[in-house]
Design a protein around this ligand. Sequence first.
Ligand code: UD1
Ligand code: CA
Length: 513
Amino acid sequence: MPPHTTRRFRGAADVDSPAPVAVIVLAAGAGTRMKSRTPKVLHEIGGRSLLVHAVTAAEGTSPSELVVVLRHERDLVAEHLAEHASEVSVADQDEVPGTGRAVQCGLEQVSASEGTVLVTYGDVPLLDPATLRELVGAHESAGAAATVLTARVADPTGYGRILRSPDGSEVLGIVEHKDATEAQRGIDEINSGIYAFDLAVLRDALARIGTDNAQGEMYLTDVLSIARTDGRSVHALVTDDVMMVEGVNDRVQLAQLGAEMNRRTLERHMRAGVTIVDPSTTWIDAEVSIGQDATILPGVQLLGATDIGEQALVGPDSTLRDTEVAEGAEVVRSHTVLAVIGAHASVGPFSYLRPGTDLGAKGKIGGFVETKNATIGEDAKVPHLSYVGDAEIGEGTNIGAATIFANYDGVEKHRTTVGRHVRVGSDNVLVAPVTIGDGAATGAGTTVRKDVPAGALAVSAVSQRNMEGWTLRRRAGTAAEAAARAALGSSDRSAADAPATPVADEHKEHEQR
Ligand code: UD1
Ligand code: CA
């Protein structure tokens, strides 16, 4: 077991609401209805796992200790937690089944002996810290032994039902669906499974719980009736946000809660001053940040740790993952991964920015361009149909249409450096490793294999020869021949009538290679 340490979590700690001493997140269940090789709590919505959503909400209450209870696929889930939520401790549930046993195992990791403990589920992703803090506040101000978060639902089938005193003011206990009478099944107030407990009462009551019920499990819900029988008060906090307490059991619910989370995320950004033209085709992950007056056009996915600056324009039809778009920049119909796009720069349409692309302020990556590990300076432009890999391009430089940075020799990758204010002609191949100096230029069709000094013009294409009348001799009977004849008129019969020269034959060979 990991050594115990006491710490407080980052997150939106509200000074007015008390922090719990601990949160225990239950995540030991198998999640068989997902029909997946991946443990249920590792499935993702909004760009992070269900479990990380649950842990993030728990952290938002600033607990002194945060424990996640595991059993099913324990090592895989623990590894995921170590990577994404390194401050939580893991507790292992043994073979005794039930939520009561899960909490009991979790409490073994909790060093405090008094105070408020929250219990939440690892598969309830929309729960928010504000609701958890409200639960702690309501629980402590009432001096309750237990306070359960409940909701009234249209179809309560399967849930535990809240049993109240005849006047409805007190909670007497919770009865599981499988143990309930027909009359109890008519109750529409359900147990969300989220609770605040007095720690001492919880420890004591759990020690007295058995498995004598329809499922042969230790029910956490029995703590409420035990506390009540002991003369302690038990309360409920009713939420009207049913989606917020809903868990994921299968992939249909995964999609439903994913869509609902997205809807809430979009609404948060719109209320903060972002224009989202078509919320129905826009997907934004939970961690994405967007500046004021940015515009998101239809068909856009902003994923991972993407960060969009103020007044930037993204879309239509673009996917940006872990990409930084600075203020006033534009990304149109493109796909970007781990790229940085400078202020007032423009990208697209139809470009693919791969990891390590860093486009400077006012720079341009135009249409049908692929980039990777490429730093493109301020005001520099790669406007058309190019591949730029493992490159450094200086400020103010222009890369001609259809230029390829040949960075891979089949064994190793090499870098190309292009200086400041360089003019690379159209259809160049820059064969790395190679350097083009500041203010240099290259002719159209140049294959740059040797360094070009600053200020030089490099040309490598062979000089052009025109073989007059070639079409008339070699393409007789074609539309090309007719066009050529019409253009030449009667003034130039000589070229057509001239016999084939050795030059022309040589060219024919070349042509057939
Ligand atoms: C439980 C509640 C029920 C409530 C419902 C809300 C009990 C006895 N019943 O139902 O009143 O309406 O949640 O969804 O508490 N878990 C463990 N270890 C276990 C069993 C479950 O960690 O041994 C975890 C699961 O991973 C899951 C959560 O507890 O995150 C709830 O388990 P689940 O089986 O879905 O809930 P029920 O027991 O059916
Ligand atoms: Ca459930």
